[in-house]
Structure formats: C-alpha cells, structure tokens
Design a protein around this ligand. Structure first.
Ligand code: AMP
Length: 596
C-alpha cells in the first residue's frame, strides 16, 4: 500500500500530513515546524527559497518575494483581487503571471515550489518517496482554479489523486472522532484569502454536503491591508515598498497578538528617513478596522442556511477553520449569526490538512467507512406553458435522488409532448441551459386532461436520467442526460449572479406569463359563453363584460403583470353571473334529457 499525502495548500500557510499507524499526522519540517508559509523568495543567485525564510525576505526584498499566490491561481488578468507588493504580468484576459527577479512565473509554478518543499519535508521525515497526494481547495474554486492547483502538484512531481473541498476536509477532521451518529454542522472557514461557509450532514459515517457558499476574495489579508492602511496614515503616508512591507509584517504580528491581548505595541526603528515608527494598536481599534470585513461573511451564512432550509438551532455544531477565526471578533460574530458558540476543539489552522490526510487515507485504504456525497449546483427542470421553467430538482439538493411531477397537455388532441430538460436559476426557459430534449407520444385527450408523469433521477455519479410516462397507457421513455453536477463553478457562479441581478424582472415576467396564459384561456371561453347565454343578460351587463374584455386585451398588449392580473380578475368578476347562467342552462338541459 503506497502512502498518499494530504496537503492543505493555503493562501497564507500550507501543511502536509500522512496516515501513520491509522492516525492522521501532520509532518514537521527540519526545524520541527508544521506550518509552512506559502511564500517563495527568488534570491539574486541560486534557487528559490520557500517558507519561513522566504517570509522574512518579504520585508527586505518585497518585489522578489511572492505571497498569497493562491489568489491568482487559475485566474486571468483583470479578474484577480487586491494589490500585492510584487508585480503581475499578463495582458487583460490572459492567465495572470507574477514577476520576480526579472522573470515571470505562473501562479502554479510558484505553488509548485511550495509543494516541492512540503514533499521534501515529508520524504525527509518518513524516509520514503512521496509521489501521490490529495490537495484541498476552497469550495468556490472554479474548474480553472482546480485544474491549475492540480497542475501545481504535477509540477512538483506529485500525482494528484483528488482535489478536495476545504470545508469537507475540515468536517472529516472533526467527524471521525468527535461527532455523534447523525449531526449537521456548519463549517465557517475564514483563512488568509478565502471565505467558505458550508453546511454538511454526517449520517452514520456518510458525509453529505447540504449547501455551500462563500467568497474567494475575502480573508485575513483584507484585514491586514486595512491595518496597514491605518498605520500608514498614522506614519504620514509617502512610504516606499520596503516600508510598506515592514508595516505589513508588524500589522500581522499585532493582529495575532490582539487575539489574546487587549493592546499590541508596534515599534519600527529607522522606519523612514532614519525616523522610528511607534504605535500602540488596541483591540478596539483593530475591531473597528476589521468589522466591515468580517461583516461581509454574514450574508453568505444567511444564504447557506436558506439553501439548506435550516434554522441555526437545527445545527449540531459550528466548526471554525482558518487562522483568521482565532480573532475574538470573528468568534463573536459567528456566535451571533448561528446563535451558538462555535466548536474550537480542533486547531483551526490544521483541521483542513488533517482532513486532507484522512481523505488520502480513505483513498489508499487506510481509513474505511466514510463516503462523500455531492449536491446539485443548479436547479433542474423542464419547460412548461408560456416558455417558463418548472423546477423539479432545486439547486443544492443532495444526490443521489429521485423526484417527479405530473404535467398535462396544452392543446386538445395533442399527440405528443416535448420534454425539454433545463438547468439554471432563471424563470424563463430562454435564460437557462438546455441540456437535452425528447418527445413522448400519448393518447390524444381534451386540453388539460392528459397526464404525463416526469421523473428526474440523479444517480450517485451525478448522471441525470429523465423518465416520462403517459399515466393512461403506461407508455414511457427514459433518457440519460449528461452529468447534472459536473458544471464548472465559474458557470454556476455566473448563473447565480445573473439570477440575483434579474430576480425582479424574472419574477415580473413569470407573473405576466402566468396571467397571460389565464387571459388567453378566458377570452375565448367568455366569447363562447356570450354566444350561448348572452341573450339572458341585460344590455348593461353585456356592455360591462365587453368593456372588461377590451381592458384585458389592452393589458395584454401593454405588458406589465399587475395591470394584466387586475384586468383578468375584473373580467372574472364581471362574468360570474354569465358563468352561473351557463351552469344553470346546462343543468336544465341535463334534466330535460334525463326526463325524456
Ligand atoms: P489560513 O489561510 O487558514 O492559513 O489563515 C491565515 C490567516 O489567519 C492569516 O490572515 C493570518 O494572519 C490569520 N491568523 C493566524 N493566526 C491568527 C491569530 N492568532 N489571530 C488572528 N488571526 C490569525
């Protein structure tokens, strides 16, 4: 059985672990330290320096020291976040490259240097070659970012067996020894550069991801930048890159100290023009700077709760992951959002790496009885009348699953129904993705009387099977669609953004279309009723109905859901007596027939 290592390739720090005697163990480097800063320094001569030594060079040679490169991995120029002390290259729309010592590198090449160091440390400690790895990424990483991370592993000479989401890895770290048989946990992960919030369910050794949300550009780095900005202002501005890097180092040290202390003294001798810089940063000052940043996590937490249809009190645990969650302000906000104190029994810096190691153990056979399930990233449904999407499986549903609904015919005598399978969050068919279609023949029936059952089934591999059946004859068709879960995260994010952006007009469109369908059904019915029983009404009533009909027709032409709905309701009210007369006539005729 060959060893597979688990690696948490973090924005700020990275860790590596392996299963030893059935336990996940994180591996220390030659200095006995497990946390390796994800920093690479390119010196004047010789190869790159990685980790703590590189981190120290940030203050000395900031332009040649690459940190937080995870923010750029798999990204294109123009979409990357935040300023850094080194130069970025690459034309707009091209993959981002970083510049150090006059050379350019891809973010995955820089990450590969970090991975190489971790790999060498592990080989040194365990005395065997390490060629296979599990690497974690934030849940919100898109395909490009995941592929680039995989490439980084390959460049470091590793076969990447699995890319695992960080919250899932963290839950594994807690799950094996701490949770009861069945539990729902929220994983709140605020690291250096990314924020993730996920709700997972652990059920007899099976993990299910109920919902996940987050922001790939939110983390401790933003708090650092806010502190640096504040300190630079105190220093009087006009600072060069070297001074800014020193300020940053001091800011981070103060931030860490303020997680336990009430104040932190910052002393920078010979700061600018031989002058020293000195400031006492208080926790209150820090919290004023950090609060708006930490506050940004709240909306994501709300969204994930809504998506998983859970109230905070239905959660069994809230787990903290990521070094930034050591900040008391973060813990207080998490407690406020979820109405409970978070579980801090695991080291928040190490939970993801421990989980990655457990996942590596599962793959190599060293750990058994844990299965990871997935969720549908976007809603699935079919087209119904008026070009609207009818959702059958909502987004964030746990797979495997089966769900069905009954549909009917729009037109009398219709012989077949087109089943058009859609994916997306928009109300109108045209804004969603068409992922397949087929026809089901059925027995002709009057409008609205045929019954066609449509069932969606997503198997454990994420493949969608669509079944349509004429309930009268039992005739059915099953069609296998493409994977329902294998959608790039980028596309999912875009779809979600668009659905939020257009939520209002989408809702109006749906309301208008529904009212229009109703109007189109009513107008001919009223016309027929007038032909059959109009003579039984007085002139005023007929004129009133004619006016209401004209109003509905006008509203149809104008668009606007509220106006049309009102017109349809008014026509409905105006024709109540006409409808009653029709029913009465029909009954009279029925009695007449019955008596003959
Ligand atoms: P990670 O990406 O999980 O390694 O998280 C690193 C982030 O956590 C960085 O922004 C660190 O500055 C921050 N961090 C680490 N330790 C502490 C601490 N004791 N207090 C506050 N923030 C911390």
């Amino acid at each position: 059985m060959s060893v597979i290592v688990g690696i948490d390739l973090g924005t700020t720090n990275s860790l590596i672990g392996a299963m030893e005697a059935g336990f996940p163990v994180l591996i220390a480097d030659a200095d006995g330290v497990r946390l390796t800063p994800s920093v690479v320094h390119f010196p004047k001569g010789g190869g790159p320096v990685v980790g703590r030594a590189a981190s120290r060079m940030r203050a000395v040679e900031p332009a040649d020291t690459i940190y937080s490169v995870k923010r750029f991995i798999g990204r294109r120029a123009g979409e990357e976040a935040g300023a850094v002390d080194y130069r970025l290259a690459g034309g707009r729309g091209e993959p981002v490259r970083v510049v150090a010592r006059g050379r350019t590198f891809s973010p995955e090449e820089v990450s590969a240097f970090v991975l190489q160091k971790l790999r060498a440390d592990a080989e040194g400690a365990l005395g065997v070659p390490m060629t296979r790895a599990v690497i974690t990424v934030p849940a919100y990483f898109n395909d490009a970012q995941r592929s680039a991370t995989k490439r980084a592993g390959e460049l470091a000479g590793l076969v990447v067996e699995r890319i695992v989401n960080e919250p899932t890895a963290a839950a594994l770290a807690y799950g094996l020894d701490r949770l009861k048989d069945r539990a729902r946990i929220a994983v709140y992960d605020l690291g250096g550069g990314t924020f993730d919030i996920s709700i997972l369910e652990l059920n007899k050794g099976v993990f299910q991801v109920l919902a996940t949300n987050g922001d790939t550009r939110l983390g401790g780095d933003d708090i650092d930048a806010a502190i640096v900005g504040h300190l630079a202002e105190i220093a009087g501005g006009g600072l060069d890159a070297g001074a800014m890097a020193r300020l940053r180092e001091a800011a981070i040290a103060a931030k860490h100290a303020l997680s336990t202390d009430g104040e932190a003294r910052i002393e920078l001798p010979f700061f600018t023009m031989g002058k020293s810089f000195s400031h006492v940063l208080t926790r209150v000052e820090l919290e004023t700077l950090a609060r708006p940043i930490v506050e940004r996590t709240r909306a994501h937490c709300r969204r994930v709760l809504a998506d998983s249809q859970l109230q905070p009190r239905e959660l069994d645990e809230v787990i903290l992951v990521g070094g930034q969650t050591r900040m008391p302000l973060v813990r207080a906000m998490v407690a406020e959002i979820f109405g409970r104190e978070a579980n801090t029994s695991q080291n928040p810096d190490e939970a993801v790496a421990i989980g990655a190691t457990i996942q590596a153990g599962i793959l190599s056979g060293a750990v058994q009885n844990v299965v990871l399930l997935d969720v549908t990233p976007l809603s699935l449904g079919i087209e119904t009348f008026g070009g609207l999407m009818n959702v059958i499986i909502p987004r964030n549903s746990t797979i495997p699953l089966k769900r069905g609904e009954l549909f009917t015919n729009a037109v009398t005598g219709q012989r077949s129904m087109l089943i058009r399978v859609l994916q997306g969050e928009r109300e109108l068919v045209k804004d969603n993705w068409d992922i397949g279609r087929f026809e089901l023949e059925f027995e002709p029936a009057p409008k609205g009387q045929a019954r066609v059952g449509v069932q969606f089934e997503i198997d454990a591999n994420g493949i969608l099977h669509v079944l349509a059946r004429d309930t009268k004859t039992g005739a059915e068709k099953v069609v296998k669609m493409a994977s329902a879960v294998d959608v790039s995260d980028e596309a999912v994010e875009k779809m979600l953004e668009e659905s939020l952006e257009h939520a209002f007009e989408d809702m109006n469109e749906r309301a208008f279309t529904e009212a229009k369908l109703k109007a189109e059904e009513m107008l001919p019915a009223v016309r027929t009723a007038l032909e059959q029983a109009g003579a039984d009404l007085d002139d005023d009533e007929r004129a009133m109905i004619a006016a209401r009909v004209a109003d509905v027709e006008a509203a149809l032409g104008e668009g606007g859901a509220p106006r049309l709905k009102k017109a349809v309701a008014a026509l409905d009210a105006a024709t109540q007596r006409l409808a009653a007369i029709l029913v009465e006539n029909a009954m009279r005729q029925g009695r007449g027939r019955g008596g003959s």
